[in-house]
Structures are given as structure tokens and as C-alpha cells.
Write a protein that binds this ligand. Structure first.
Ligand code: PGA
Length: 251
């Protein structure tokens, strides 16, 4: 049995105070929920105060990116060790917005993934095809490349701290979710890719989240699919109430 994960990606939203408020509002709403990992990912500047607000709770904290070096002359960057130091357990890597706007490539994703694992973090590695890629029939080739190159060099033993998020770019923030069967098809394909590049046992155990316009009213259909183990939620995670409903409906 793979334990579901519901992660909220707040992207570049909320001032520090608002992030703490949302986290605080979320606490009682998910306190009684068992059997699902709940993760929130505020902006860098809110991580430390949110970590404090979440102390003693089961809600886990993720950063939205990291660099691959531990320390040094890398102006503007934050290392995985620094994230662990302030209480992050997770880090999102390779989100399509980073690939689209900030030049993230499969190679930089891989460097970041390996560095984050070295620092003891759990990584949420995002992959997903654009609308053009889907329409030109290259979805599987893109997913295979992103998964293989993003996870290059990892061994079976590393993979219990790797979560994969399948996020079709055309479904992010558009209100257009992949259908349950489209998502299932992609998830099954990603799982088979993990089996070929690592091994079947690892593939059976790795958690694969769906992301792209997940809402309280579409989560249960998605979670009903055999290869969907949770969700990476953007817009609908900004409100504690709607995020908590997604967490509850995921079970
Ligand atoms: P969305 O974003 O839920 O707002 O579509 C998902 C994501 O980008 O992780």
C-alpha cells in the first residue's frame, strides 16, 4: 500500500503573515486525518515562520526549489542543507513554471534532486508534457525523458525519498484537469519507466502525484485510479478550507 500524499504548492503567493495564518487555519482542519501525508510549500521567506507554526503537528513543510551546492558564492540561491536546517522535510524540484520561466532543464533537475537527497530531504520531482507535446503525440517520450534524466544516477535505496508529480502543463492553473483515465494512463507509464530505469519493486512503491487544477470536487475520481497516489495542488491549496477538503476527500 502506498501512503497518499497531498501537497499544497502556494507558489509566489501570500506574505509571511498570511502564510502563517493559512498554516494555522489548516492545523485543526486536518488534525484528525490519518493515513495521508499533508505537505505545504510556502515561499522561501515564509518557510521559517510557517515551520514554527506547524511545530508539533503532522503537516510537513516543503520548499518550492533549491540549488545543488551546499554553500558558497551563488548569489540568490538557497541550498538543500539550509532548507533542512529551518525545518523543511520536502522540496519541490523541476516544477514546470521553473522549466518554463527560469531555464530549469532535466540536467539541473537531476543535480538538484541528488543534492536534496544528500541533505536528507524528500524530493517531489515534477514532470509533465505541454499542450503542443500532447497534441503532437510525444507525451510518453517527454515523460520518459524527464523521468529518466531527472532521476539519473539514483539507486533503489534513494527512491523511498522520491515522490514524482505528474503535472500536464496544459492543466496547470487552467481549470482543465486531465481526465481520470488520461491521468491514470500517464501515471502507469511513469511507473513502468521507473521499473525500467530502477526496478519493479521500486516502481511499485514510488508515489506518483497528479497535479493540474485539482479541486475538492475532482480529487476522489483521480484518487480512485490505481496509479494515482495523491496530488500536488496549486490554486486550491491557497485556501485552508478547500485544501483540507482535498485532503479529506483523498482518503
Ligand atoms: P494548479 O497548480 O492546481 O493551480 O493547477 C498545480 C501546480 O502547479 O502544482
Amino acid at each position: 500500500m502506498r501512503r497518499p500524499v497531498i501537497a499544497g504548492n502556494w507558489k509566489m503567493n501570500k506574505m509571511s503573515r498570511e502564510s502563517v495564518d493559512t498554516a494555522t487555519d489548516l492545523l485543526p482542519l486536518v488534525a484528525s486525518v490519518q493515513g495521508v501525508d499533508v505537505v505545504v510549500a510556502p515561499v522561501f521567506t515564509a518557510l521559517a515562520p510557517v515551520a514554527k507554526a506547524l511545530e508539533g503537528s503532522t503537516i510537513q513543510l516543503a520548499a518550492q526549489d533549491c540549488f545543488w551546492e551546499d554553500a558558497g558564492a551563488f548569489t540568490g540561491e538557497v541550498s538543500p542543507a539550509m532548507l533542512a536546517d529551518i525545518g523543511c522535510s520536502h522540496v519541490i524540484i523541476g516544477h514546470s513554471e521553473r522549466r518554463q520561466y527560469f531555464g530549469e532543464t532535466d540536467e539541473t533537475v537531476n543535480r538538484k534532486v541528488r543534492a536534496a537527497l544528500q541533505s536528507g530531504l524528500i524530493v517531489i520531482v515534477c514532470i509533465g508534457e505541454t499542450l503542443d507535446e500532447r497534441e503532437s503525440g510525444t507525451t510518453f517520450a517527454v515523460l520518459e525523458r524527464q523521468a529518466t534524466e531527472g532521476l539519473a544516477g539514483l539507486r533503489a535505496g534513494d527512491m523511498n525519498r522520491v515522490i514524482i508529480a505528474y503535472e500536464p502543463v496544459w492543466a496547470i492553473g487552467t481549470g482543465k484537469t486531465a481526465s481520470d483515465s488520461q491521468a491514470q494512463e500517464a501515471h502507469a507509464f511513469i511507473r513502468s519507466t521507473v521499473a525500467s530505469c530502477i526496478d519493479q519493486t521500486t516502481a511499485d512503491a514510488v508515489r506518483i502525484l497528479y497535479g493540474g487544477s485539482v479541486k475538492p470536487d475532482n480529487i476522489s475520481g483521480l484518487m480512485g485510479q490505481p496509479d494515482i497516489d495523491g496530488a500536488l495542488v496549486g490554486g486550491a491549496s491557497l485556501d485552508a478550507d478547500s485544501f483540507a477538503r482535498i485532503v479529506r476527500y483523498a482518503l
